[in-house]
Design a protein around this ligand. Structure first.
Ligand code: BGC
Ligand code: BGC
Length: 754
């Protein structure tokens, strides 16, 4: 070692960078997947290549045992510090996307799509603090989370990683995630910038062709909001955007991200994305050219190049030939060192090895709270739910009755599912729906459990569902006092989760039809859906008396579902996305540019695209009424001065039982120089009210949420809140807000012409 090791770097990075060779600097820009803790196997990453970062790709560590993992990482870190030239600690990142679901026994929280239904940033922050504490305890300092990609197309295999189709709700919950990580001493990674979720045909890593107006109105604001809490890193989208791979876009990664939005953290690539400029995007003819384009566009760190040694030598050559300025390399290294300093790695690169066992499976009550706030009651004909405690028999059937895999989804002890379809000696903490119902029913109720066939096909996009025991299920259904069918989809991640539509698999549709055919009229027939996106079209769901959306609820899914089915918890989740009526209706987000309501009768009825369930839909066992909706001030002369308004509404529980209730405030009607999104979620709050009680809720609305991009088709002008009258809605109540003068709101410099 030339210097005295990592303590030495606490001072000025520039002096330090001057002492590093070019290859050492590029080493810092290299992140490599660690698949073993054996120094003989991986030691040369630190001695020969002097890499700056490690990861457990796809949420898969070399060992599923928490303590083995932290011990292994500490050993590698000690080896790295002792054997690399400057003793700079590496930083380890991983994907703990719904709890620290990368190790055995972990408490698994709902995937983000479920958290979006809670409308509860404080809860999300708690979830991410607990996740961060657990991540830290197994030796990592960096979580590749939050995802700030807005949900757009439910065919996309990564829909469930998003919080919502609303950029504002997405941004708020991404921000809450960053704050939670930070309070646990973990660094965040906002991903995947930008427009990754707006991909052609809903296919993963396919081109996003998104208008600049849509991008700036409905997509960017989610990332921008997340960036307001200074995340330590951001990850670039693997897709291309308007004809250029995001990794090669100087406009995106430098002009917008750095210059306009003032971001000063690390920009990390996604997995092998320089190689992918060649073999996915067909953008450049050589790897060398891809590296040059990527680093010059603004990427600081490359995630897992196929051959890290050749990556490093190509960058050195590009700098020597003048095709990449050395200043660009120095900037990247400075960002990376600052990130490591923020992570606390220079103070103490090692992690306490005694915490992992206690921490990893803790906080089951936070997990249950998250499930209960997320569960969304979509349909409840004639009060079919809750099911009475006094029933004699309940039939439980369907593929998701007792399936940890369907309850967890992807990114759980494996990328695609638990063990990636192989037997492993590890499992998440889980209460399945069967177990949850067994715990919940009274001793006098018998549960007839008839699972239907579900086989997860590893590394395939096609699970198998069967319905072979139909006669038994039909006869049990005819005799039961209540029937619960669990429906949905098997686990998946990324492109293997791309689907052609939202319809449930055929065997499940037959299950619903067949059971609906035999149950008595007064027997509640309930569907519980475990899925990471809307699954089930109107034709199937309308045959059920009640439908409960459980998303991918994780550990406490079974307990939470049972509590709602038997009425111990009153459901309060609100859909974070729009639920299309049928396959093919995929563009109908609440904030899309299309008018969805039917036109007057004498016009051509070309607009039959009404969703099955609107964004924000979610029923309760009690009834809430809104009165006295008002906004203050009601007139804003200049939105650049008066940057927010306060909406007030009185909510009354007029039913006969306690309930939590989410108040969503929307802008539903406004006109200006360009089309406005059909509707926008401006703010929300969550209250709990006893029967007969009421509360006046005040919600601050940042006026930026009313911004539009003026100008003709090119949409390059500065965003403004235009003068006009805006209808603000809470449920069916309405009020108006008058903006007298148009005003530019952007406080991070103009994002106008570039
Ligand atoms: C995903 C990222 C993830 C990374 C590391 C990539 O395939 O796109 O979201 O963080 O792998 O596992
Ligand atoms: C069509 C036009 C057509 C016109 C007159 C419209 O509905 O869009 O293509 O020329 O009718 O028939």
């Amino acid at each position: 070692m030339v210097s005295g090791g990592s303590a030495d770097i606490a001072g000025d990075f520039d002096t330090y960078i001057d002492r590093m060779s070019l290859a050492e600097k590029v080493g810092q820009m290299t992140q490599v997947e660690v698949t073993s803790f054996d120094i003989d196997e991986v030691g040369e990453l630190f001695t020969d290549l002097q890499i700056g970062g490690c990861l457990f790709g796809g949420g898969e560590p070399p060992s599923y045992d928490p303590t083995t993992t932290v011990e292994g990482i500490n050993e590698l870190q000690a080896y790295n510090i002792d054997h690399s030239e400057h003793g700079i600690p590496f930083v380890l990142g991983l994907d703990a996307l719904h709890g620290n679901a990368v190790v055995d026994g972990a408490t698994v929280y709902p995937h983000n799509c479920g958290l979006g239904a809670t409308r509860n940033p404080e809860l999300v922050s708690n979830v991410s603090r607990e996740t961060g504490t657990s991540v830290r305890a197994i030796g990592a300092h960096w979580n590749f989370s939050p995802t700030a990609d807005v949900q757009r197309d439910p065919r996309w295999g990564r829909f469930y990683e998003g919080f919502s189709e609303s950029p504002y709700l997405t941004g708020d919950l991404a921000e809450a995630t960053i704050e939670g990580h930070r309070s646990a001493g973990i660094c965040s990674c906002v991903k995947h910038i930008a427009g990754y979720s707006v991909a052609e045909n809903g296919k993963d890593r396919s081109p996003s062709n998104v208008s600049i107006r849509d991008l700036r109105t409905n997509v960017f604001p989610a990332y921008q909001r997340a960036l307001e809490s200074d995340p330590e890193t951001i990850m670039v989208s693997s897709g291309s955007i308007n004809g250029i791979p995001a990794h090669a876009s100087t406009w995106l990664l430098t002009t917008m991200l750095r210059d306009r939005w003032g971001y000063d953290g690390v920009v990390v690539s996604d997995w092998r994305d320089f190689e992918r400029m060649q073999y996915i995007h067909d953008f450049v003819s050589s790897y060398r050219e891809a590296i040059k384009r990527g680093i010059n566009a603004g990427v600081d760190m490359l995630m897992n190049p196929e051959d890290p040694a050749s990556f490093i030598s190509i960058v050195v050559e590009l700098v020597e030939s003048g095709e990449i300025e050395e200043d660009r390399i120095d900037d990247a290294v400075r960002n990376i060192l600052q990130f490591k300093r923020n992570a606390g790695l220079f103070e103490d690169p090692f992690v306490d090895e005694t915490l992992a066992d206690d921490v990893v499976g803790a906080n089951r009550e936070v997990a249950l709270d998250a499930v209960e706030q997320s569960l969304t009651l979509l349909r409840n004909e004639d009060g079919a739910l809750p099911i009475a405690d006094t029933i004699d028999s309940l039939l439980l059937a369907g593929p998701a009755t007792d399936s940890a895999m369907m309850q967890m989804g992807g990114w759980t002890l494996g990328w695609q599912s638990i063990g990636n379809g192989q037997e492993i000696a590890a499992s998440p903490a889980v209460t399945t729906i069967y177990r949850g119902l067994q715990d919940a029913v009274s001793p006098d109720t018998s549960i007839v459990h008839e699972p239907t066939g579900f086989t997860h096909e590893p590394w395939s996009d096609d699970d198998t569902y069967t319905f072979e025991n139909e006669p038994r299920i039909r006869s049990a259904a005819a005799d039961a006092d209540a029937v619960v069918l669990t429906l949905g989809e098997g686990p998946y991640a990324e492109y293997l989760g791309d689907r052609d539509g939202i319809s449930l698999p055929e065997a499940q549709r037959r299950l619903v039809e067949s059971v609906a055919d035999v149950v008595d009229d007064d027997t509640p027939l309930v569907g519980v859906i475990l899925a990471g996106r809307p699954r089930g079209g109107a034709e199937t769901l309308s045959q059920l008396d009640a439908v409960l959306m459980a998303y991918l609820p994780g550990t406490a899914g079974g307990t939470g579902v049972a509590d709602v089915l038997f009425g111990r918890t009153n459901p309060s989740g609100r859909l974070p996305f729009t639920w299309p009526r049928k396959d093919g209706d995929f563009s109908s987000c609440h904030n899309s540019w299309a008018r969805l309501v039917s036109p007057p009768e004498d016009h051509i009825a070309a607009f039959d695209r009404e969703p099955l369930y609107e964004f924000g839909h979610g029923l309760s066992y009690t009834t809430f009424e809104y009165t006295d909706l008002s906004v203050s001030p009601q007139t804003v002369s200049d939105p650049a001065e008066q940057r927010s308004v306060s909406v007030s509404v009185t909510v009354e529980n007029v039913g006969d039982r306690y309930g939590d209730h989410v108040v969503d405030v929307h802008a539903t009607e406004s006109y200006g120089s360009v089309k406005h999104p059909r509707s926008r979620l401006l703010g929300y709050d969550r209250v709990g009210l006893d029967a007969g009680d009421s509360e006046t809720v005040e919600i601050q609305i940042p006026l930026r949420r009313l911004e539009i991009v003026p100008g003709d088709v090119l949409a390059l002008d500065e965003k403004v809140v235009e003068a006009g009258t805006y209808t603000l809605s809470v449920g069916d109540t309405r009020t108006t807000l008058a903006i007298e003068e148009s005003g530019a709101m952007n406080d991070r410099g103009p994002i106008g012409r570039v």
